[in-house]
Design a protein around this ligand. Structure first.
Ligand code: NAD
Length: 428
């Protein structure tokens, strides 16, 4: 499907699962479109005195199970279609891990790399003012996403509290620790994924020390996952970032790579400066340079896309050598690729389950914001483990009972929980 959009890809999976669930038209209607789409312009004065406006979106897909919840991304390609798809996925995700939220997502169509820190702060505050009527601790609680940081969440909370004359730490999550953040939020997505992967590998009676892992993306999700897996004895054979990646069949030490990335700005920085690589040293260490496309097709047992969407497609799905694909990124696999992977017996642990650790710890942050309490790191970890593994077990049970793939089963669990809430609330 060359002209597919993120939302059309979501709908393909959704339609497939809805058809298996034999729902009424009235029930299906709730999944066809978001409940609300807010489209605004955020305008700021730039440092040079000129005025600039950016399209801004907040899509509220479904709040049957609780306040809308989902990140805000600042990206030149953030448009209504993309934000809609991400909001829909959030509704399924919060239901799969059974936390009391619905799903939403936001976006500002801008390139944050072209904005100064002051301009970025103005955009963040203008976004909150534009969406003031639609967000709130009991209505819709945003969070960080691509290119939005704890500092941005702090500006947004501050703007909301000033505009509403309230104390509202629960209006937004992913805040800095010094301003209402939660311990454990930083690595939560990778930690949740790690708990699921460990459970899966244990159940398959496999030995981590015999398993090779390739990870695309070395940011928050990918780098933390690489560290957890390396510490647990897995062999991380490849990592990459937007500049490309490195591969060593003998394994790579992610801590060392992180150190070099901090120094040189790229994962290949230990061996390469710009496009010039120290070939002799690479040979000596058994390391080779790989492109992001090559990384996906490397010999490994577990492949972890942790960067972009739409990277595993019908073009490369037949060339993937991994036995498991673990989706830390949102939407990395197209429906066409899913069908090929299923036919080839490759198990895909879908995004709505695999990366739900982030929103789960966001829920803990929201709880702490509402109650004024502070959780220890140990409490965050043990509650995250319990919740994410409950979600995993529910999906596994559904997959077995209904002969579904894990993605279909996760959607099925999520949809059923959303329908249950709609029924008890009298919406259906
Ligand atoms: P991030 O910005 O911290 O890291 C992204 C990484 O991807 C960086 O290493 C970047 O260099 C790399 N990258 C960018 N373009 C690339 C390309 N063309 N090829 C390969 N790598 C490229 O982002 P993150 O928070 O780690 O998010 C990564 C993915 O995980 C996204 O899909 C995001 O939606 C998903 N996710 C993140 C969280 C979270 O809590 N961080 C939660 C749920 C889902």
């Amino acid at each position: 499907m060359p002209n597919s959009t993120p939302y059309s890809r979501f709908q393909t999976v959704l339609d497939d699962v809805l058809s298996k669930l034999s729902l009424s038209d009235e029930q299906k209607k709730w999944f066809a479109q978001p409940q609300f789409i807010h489209k605004k312009e955020v305008s700021i004065k730039k440092d040079d005195g000129s005025d600039v406006s950016f399209p801004a979106f907040r899509v509220q897909f479904n709040n049957a199970r609780g306040p809308f919840k989902g990140g805000i991304r600042f990206h030149p390609e953030a448009d209504e279609e993309e934000v809609k798809a991400l909001a829909a996925l959030m509704s399924i995700k919060t239901a799969v891990v059974n936390i009391p939220f619905g799903g939403g997502k936001g976006g500002v169509q801008c390139n944050p790399k072209e904005l100064s820190k002051g301009e970025l702060q103005k955009v963040s505050r203008a976004y909150v003012r534009a969406m003031l009527d639609s967000i709130g601790p009991d209505i819709d609680c945003p969070a960080p996403d691509v290119n939005t940081t704890p500092a941005i969440m702090a500006w947004m909370r501050d703007e909301y509290e000033m505009a509403t004359k309230s104390y509202s730490p629960a209006v937004i999550t992913g805040k800095p620790l010094s301003y209402g953040g939660s311990l454990g939020r930083e690595a939560a997505t990778a930690k949740g994924g790690f708990f699921i992967l460990q459970e899966l590998i244990n159940r398959e009676a496999m030995d981590p020390s015999e398993l090779k892992v390739a990870i695309q993306g070395f940011g928050n999700a990918g780098a933390n996952m690489a560290n957890f897996l390396h510490s647990a004895g897995y062999t991380v054979v490849a990592v990459s970032d937007s500049q490309g990646g490195i591969y060593s069949p003998e394994g790579i030490d992610p801590v060392r790579i992180q150190k070099y990335k901090q120094k040189t700005g790229q994962v290949a920085g230990e061996y390469c400066e710009g496009s010039v690589c120290d070939i002799e040293r690479m040979k000596m260490d058994g390391v080779s340079h790989v492109t992001n496309e090559q990384l996906l097709e490397l010999p490994c047992d577990i492949l972890i896309p942790a960067a972009l969407d739409n990277v595993i497609t019908e073009v490369n799905a037949r060339k993937i050598q991994a036995q498991f694909i673990f989706e830390l990124a949102n939407g990395p696999t197209t429906p066409e690729a899913d069908a090929i992977l299923e036919e080839r017996g490759i198990k895909v642990i879908p995004d709505v389950l695999a990366n739900a650790g982030g929103v789960t710890v966001s829920y803990f942050e929201w709880t702490q914001g509402k109650s004024g309490g502070m959780w220890t790191a140990e409490r965050v970890d043990s509650e995250l483990k319990r919740i994410i593994l409950d979600g995993y077990k529910a999906v596994r049970r559904e997959a077995r009972r209904e002969s579904m793939t894990y993605r279909q089963a996760a959607f099925s669990v999520g949809i059923k929980r959303m329908l249950e809430a709609m029924e008890v609330r009298g919406w259906l």
